[in-house]
Ligand binder design. Structure first.
Ligand code: AMP
Length: 421
């Protein structure tokens, strides 16, 4: 399949070429014709599958003819500021040969500046639900919206945006197209889809939450302070030609790169604070073998297309267990053997349990000679971690108790009102 065959027009084809995409991904192949045909869409596709371009390309094509006097014509809702920025960057790159304006409305940025950008006219708005509502309250009209997108809808609902979405939806004109993307089906998403989609087409391209059998997974127990040292030791002693290393935060990615450079290892860093151009350059250098260690955060690594990567190392486990599956999926592609190594400290022993539950598999825990965790630190910290877990349990119990009481109060009140009736 090719982008031409999907009906994508020339200015977009040129931008696609500049980005180096040679052929459409599965979700793009399925979604582009449907969106161009103005169908509502319910798609399950995880980040990394090319889903942003799957909706961005046909939206840009549908809005290619500017209409004088029209307001916002497409609204893309996303759960987080980071994801919104990512979508904005992708749309900017794809629309580079078009005359179309995109505005991003997210929290943490100056409201007045965003209002100014809206005043100057914009066809596409990318927003988090809360911030979009703020602008609506300040006079933003959605009456000209032709396309409404909910990206990562499941995450948005989990984050408590249901009410906001329900407030926004009735403000759209009756006739509009809605595209709903989510990583997993859930009852909440299904309920929402019934409310906002009309005769949708379904696309399912989500990967399962199981790690491939050809990947050998192991976790090495180590003290936090000795992780960088152990990593350098593993790369050197096992003679890893190239390795992809994941960290939880941007700060630890930068710090780790500094540490490894001291050991003479050529490193590149990919995280959200680096520009897209810089990230592409780093990736290119890694592919050419000029960089031996590529350090990435989860967000920056999404959709990296690196062939035949034999080793993936989790320097820190991800905050979200599903991200472990994404990370590890970078190795062992297409039936090849791969190895995923996690360096875990005492705090992460709890995180690894959540991952094991998700993948339905035990990850063997081992110790590398010379890097044995200090037993004194362990005992003290275990107590602390246990205490925290205990506090959390009590807090959860308290919340459950409160909710139950509230429910009872509400139903008592209802009963009383009915009696009076
Ligand atoms: P997404 O699933 O939208 O987060 O996309 C993941 C990554 O894949 C992004 O960095 C895109 O730039 C990239 N990408 C999207 N479509 C393609 C394609 N057809 N070929 C290669 N890379 C792509």
């Amino acid at each position: 399949m090719s982008f031409e065959k999907l009906g994508v027009f020339k200015p977009l084809l040129d931008a696609i070429k500049d980005l180096g995409y040679t052929e459409p991904t599965l979700v793009q192949t399925r979604a582009i014709p449907l969106v161009l045909g103005k169908k509502d869409l319910f798609a399950t596709a995880q980040t990394g599958t090319g889903k942003t371009a799957a909706f961005a390309l046909p939206i840009l094509q549908r809005l290619r003819k500017p209409i004088a006097g029209k307001g916002v014509r497409a609204v893309i809702l996303s759960p987080t500021r980071e994801l919104s920025i990512q979508i904005y960057e992708d749309i900017s790159a794809l629309s580079k040969y078009m005359d179309i304006k995109t505005t991003i409305l997210v929290g943490g940025k100056d409201l007045d500046k965003q209002r100014e950008a809206l005043k100057n006219g914009t066809e596409i708005v990318i927003a988090t639900p809360g911030r979009l509502l703020e602008h609506i309250e300040n006079g933003l009209y959605l009456k000209d919206v032709e396309i409404f997108v909910l990206d990562e809808a499941d995450r948005m609902l989990d984050m408590g945006f249901t009410k906001d979405i329900r407030k926004i939806h009735p403000l759209l004109p009756k006739r509009h197209q809605t595209l709903l993307f989510c990583a997993t089906f859930s009852d909440k998403v299904r309920k929402l889809s019934k409310l906002i989609l009309t005769k949708p087409a379904f696309i399912e391209t989500a990967k399962k939450n199981t790690t491939v059998d050809t990947i050998n997974q192991v976790a090495y127990l180590v003290d936090t302070t000795r992780k960088a040292e152990l990593l350098a030791y593993l790369i050197g002693s096992r003679n890893f030609p190239q390795v992809l290393v994941f960290t939880r935060t941007k700060v630890s990615a930068d710090e780790l790169a500094e540490e490894l450079k001291k050991d003479g290892l050529k490193c590149g860093v990919l995280h959200g604070d680096r520009t897209k151009a810089n990230r592409l350059k780093t990736l290119h250098q890694f592919k050419e073998g000029k960089i031996r260690v590529l350090i990435a955060t989860d967000i920056a690594s999404r959709g990296l297309d690196i062939e035949e990567l034999p080793y993936v190392i989790n320097y820190e486990l991800p905050a979200i267990p599903e991200d472990y599956v994404h990370r590890v999926g970078r190795t062992g592609r297409a039936g090849r053997e791969g190895e995923a190594i996690s360096l875990i400290d005492i705090y992460e022993k709890y995180d690894i349990r959540a991952i094991e539950k998700l993948i339905g598999k035990k990850i063997p825990q081992e110790v590398v000679e010379g890097f044995e965790p200090d037993p004194n630190i362990r005992r003290k910290d275990v107590d602390e971690v246990k205490l925290k877990a205990e506090h959390k349990k009590i807090e959860n119990k308290r919340v459950r108790h409160y909710n139950r009481n509230r429910r009872d109060r509400v139903s008592n009140k209802k009963r009383k009102t009915t009696k009076r009736d």
